[in-house]
Write a protein of this length. Structure first.
Length: 164
């Protein structure tokens, strides 16, 4: 076997081993620091937005404006206009009209600057509620863009699975 071939063969083997070790290590920590940070901040903001009736509504709105929503907030729901102040106004009204609204977070995920939150929203404790999936694009630790899908929880299902 010639020397060049041996160098190539062992060099290739070393490269492939290094690549394999890197892939294994990457799978052990699938989320980057940014993804973990975005998810943690999105959960904090979602809890403040939906689950904190113990806080004064004006304090909630002020904190949400300053810490959770980007100035250039983009909304993809066809029922809500763009803008941070628009969405905060909707929630301020909801706090007055539906003070018992609560959420239960079922699943979360993050990838790059996107965060997904699957949740159960209930206006009252007796309400069957809605299954909601929110997708947020995060920018500097704030909600910069939002998509969602909402589905009412029926009294009866045609299968034995839950929506959650």
């Amino acid at each position: 076997m010639n020397v060049r071939y041996k160098i190539f063969k062992y060099g290739l083997a070393g490269f492939l081993t290094t690549l394999a070790v890197g892939v294994c290590q990457a799978s052990e920590n699938p989320q980057s620091v940014l993804e973990q940070s975005n998810l943690k901040k999105a959960l904090f903001c979602m809890d403040l937005l939906e689950n904190r009736p113990d806080l004064e509504p004006s304090y909630r709105i002020k904190t949400l404006r300053n810490e959770c929503f980007a100035k250039t907030y983009i909304q993809h729901s066809p029922y809500v206009k763009d803008g941070r102040d628009v969405v905060l106004s909707l929630f301020a009204n909801r706090y007055k009209n539906h003070p018992e609204t609560s959420i239960s977070i079922k699943r979360t995920s993050s990838e790059n600057d996107l965060v997904w939150i699957h949740l159960h929203v209930k206006r009252t404790p007796e309400d069957l509620g809605r299954a909601v999936i929110n997708i947020f694009r995060m920018e500097d630790g704030k909600f910069a863009e939002h998509w969602n899908v909402v589905q009412a929880v029926p009294e009866k299902s045609k299968n034995n699975n839950t929506m959650f």
